[in-house]
Design a protein around this ligand. Structure first.
Ligand SMILES: Nc1ncnc2c1ncn2[C@@H]1O[C@H](COP(=O)(O)OP(=O)(O)OP(=O)(O)O)[C@@H](O)[C@H]1O
Length: 276
C-alpha cells in the first residue's frame, strides 16, 4: 500500500512543482516550516466522530495536505503464496475509509481523502491525486506530490512509469508534464526540471552524477529552501522530458530488497519550474 500526499501553496515569480518518491521511511517525514516547496507529513486521521467532522470542515481549505491511499494488486509471489490482503486490509471506498485488521477481534480504521483500489488505473490516480496540484501550479501556486510507503508498494509505479510500451501505464511525472506543456507556450515561457536523489544523507544530481553532494540552502529570512547546486535543464518538448527521466533513472541507486527485486533504495525528487 502506498500513500500519496498533495500540497498546494502560493508562489512568487516562478511556479514550482515537486514530485517525490519517498522510500522506506518508517514514520511520516517531518514538517518543513517553509510552506513553499515543502515536503509535508501525511495527515492520517484515525476515524472517530470528532475527526470525521474535522475532516469535512477541512475540505477546500487552501494548502491543506490531501492524502490518498492506493492498494496495488497482488504480485506473482503473493499469488503463488495465495496471499489474501483481505485478511489484514479492508477498503471502504464509499466512506473513504480503510480498516487495518490486527487480528480477529481488533482493528483500526483510518480515513483518507481518496481511496484507490487495486483496480484504479494510472489515469484515475493521476486525475484524483496530481491533476489538481498541476492545475494549481499552472495558476501560479507551488505544489508537491509525494508518494510514501514501504518497499514494493508501488511508489515508483505510481509516479515514475514512463509508459513507453503501454501509454495507459504512464505515471504521475509523465502525465503532469504533458498537462504543463499543453498549458504553456514554450515560446514565451520556459519550463525546467531538476532531478535528484536523496541517498545516505546526501543529495545527488541524477542529471549530472558527478554533482553528488548538493547542499540544501535555507534563506534565513524567508525560510525558502533551495538547492543552488542542482542542474536545471530546460524542457523543449515532452520527448526531451522523457529522455531526461530515463537518463536520471539510469543514474538512480537501485538494489533489490526482500520485497522488491527492483527496489529504488533512494528518495527521488523531480522539481519542475515554470518561468514567466
Ligand atoms: N498498481 C499497480 N499495478 C500493477 N503492478 C504494480 C502496481 N503497483 C506496483 N506494481 C508492481 O509492484 C512492484 C513494486 O512496485 P514499485 O517498484 O513501484 O514499488 P516501490 O514502492 O517503488 O518500491 P521501492 O521502495 O523498493 O523502490 C513492481 O513490479 C510494480 O510493477
Amino acid at each position: 500500500m502506498a500513500t500519496t500526499a498533495s500540497i498546494y501553496r502560493n508562489g512568487n515569480y516562478s511556479k514550482n512543482s515537486l514530485i517525490t518518491n519517498n522510500n522506506k521511511v518508517e514514520r511520516p517525514p517531518s514538517v518543513n516550516s517553509n510552506p513553499k516547496n515543502s515536503l509535508k507529513s501525511k495527515s492520517l486521521r484515525k476515524s472517530a466522530p470528532a475527526a470525521l467532522g474535522a475532516a469535512k470542515d477541512d475540505t477546500g481549505v487552501p494548502g491543506r495536505v490531501r492524502v490518498a491511499v492506493r492498494l496495488r494488486p497482488r504480485n506473482a509471489e503473493e499469488m503463488v503464496a495465495d496471499a489474501d490482503f483481505a485478511d489484514c486490509v479492508e477498503l471502504q471506498p464509499e466512506v473513504k475509509r480503510l480498516k487495518l485488521r490486527k487480528n480477529n477481534w481488533d482493528s483500526d480504521t483510518y480515513e483518507f481523502d481518496e481511496l484507490l483500489t487495486e483496480f484504479a488505473s494510472q489515469k484515475r490516480v493521476y486525475e484524483v491525486v496530481a491533476k489538481p496540484v498541476v492545475e494549481s501550479v499552472l495558476d501560479g501556486y507551488n505544489g508537491t506530490v509525494m508518494a510514501y510507503g514501504q518497499t514494493g508498494t508501488g511508489k515508483t509505479y505510481t509516479l515514475g512509469r514512463l509508459g513507453e510500451e503501454d501509454t495507459a501505464a504512464r505515471g504521475i511525472m509523465v502525465r503532469a508534464m504533458e498537462d504543463i506543456l499543453a498549458d504553456v507556450s514554450l515560446e514565451t515561457n520556459s519550463v525546467s526540471i531538476s532531478y535528484l536523489q536523496l541517498y545516505m544523507e546526501t543529495i545527488q544530481d541524477l542529471l549530472n552524477p558527478t554533482n553528488d553532494n548538493i547542499s540544501i540552502v535555507e534563506d534565513p529570512k524567508s525560510g525558502d529552501v533551495s538547492l543552488p547546486g542542482a542542474s536545471l535543464v530546460e524542457i523543449r518538448n515532452q520527448q526531451s522530458f522523457v529522455e531526461l527521466l530515463r537518463l536520471g533513472e539510469a543514474h538512480r541507486f537501485a538494489a533489490n530488497t526482500k520485497l522488491n527485486a527492483e527496489s529504488s533504495r533512494s528518495h527521488a525528487i523531480l522539481m519542475t519550474s515554470q518561468m514567466l
